[in-house]
Design a binder for this molecule. Structure first.
Ligand SMILES: N[C@@H](CCC(=O)N[C@@H](CS)C(=O)NCC(=O)O)C(=O)O
Length: 203
């Protein structure tokens, strides 16, 4: 399999973390693809023009990150990262949506920061930041009571989102009002799926 990937992308990290956890990492060859480059060929494999995009051994293109993760989950013999339909599945799916919600807002903030100064909207940035902190509040208040020592797509998504906040917004100190989530992430982050997929700044 081939994966269009960029070293700083948190969505790519989610796919790679999933691949490490399920023992599939060595079957995935990375194609260095910068989706922000106007000459990037990503549109030929993915009309949305985004990474991660997976090219399967059969030559099919799969996107987005959650679809790729679900595909990978069908390729290994270990414990499922997507639980079967039922309460456990909907809980994991809600966590995956919350993790992606942090990422969507945080990645949009990064794009906004790269616009020319006069074109940036401080109000819009505040709105995205509020989303991130509202999600963190819900994780702290409700969701993390049931995180336990488990492993599923929702927890992987949340961990990759927290890692992205550390990578891109270290000054915002998300742990201060969310210490329970911070403690969970401290332990979860030591596992190979996170330690082996740390984001790297790339040019
Ligand atoms: N929902 C998508 C989001 C992927 C995404 O936004 N990737 C970014 C890189 S971190 C990208 O390719 N951006 C290019 C663009 O927005 O044109 C997923 O989960 O895979």
């Amino acid at each position: 399999m081939k994966l269009h990937a960029w070293p700083a992308s948190p969505y790519v990290r989610k796919v790679l973390a999933m691949a490490v956890e399920t023992g599939l990492r060595e079957q995935i060859e990375l194609i260095r693809t910068n989706p922000g480059d106007p000459d990037s060929p990503i549109g030929e494999d993915n009309p949305i023009g985004k990474i991660p995009t997976l090219i399967t051994d059969e030559g099919d293109a799969l996107y987005d990150s959650r679809v790729i993760c679900e595909y990978l989950d069908g390729l290994h013999e270990g414990p499922r990262m997507f639980p079967p339909a039922g309460p456990e599945r909907w809980q994991a799916s809600r966590w995956a949506a919350l993790g992606d919600g942090i990422l969507d807002a945080a990645v949009l903030r990064m794009y906004e920061r790269r616009r020319p100064e006069g074109e940036r909207s401080p109000d819009w940035d505040v709105r995205q930041r509020e989303k991130v902190f509202r999600i963190l509040d819900q994780l702290e208040k409700d969701e993390m009571k049931t995180f336990g020592k488990g492993m599923n797509i929702g927890l992987i998504a949340i961990a990759c989102a927290l890692g992205y906040l550390d990578f891109r917004f270290p000054d915002e100190k998300w742990r201060l009002p969310h210490q329970g989530v911070g403690m969970w992430f401290f332990t979860f982050g030591k596992q190979p799926l996170m330690a082996d997929t740390e984001p790297v700044e790339a040019i």
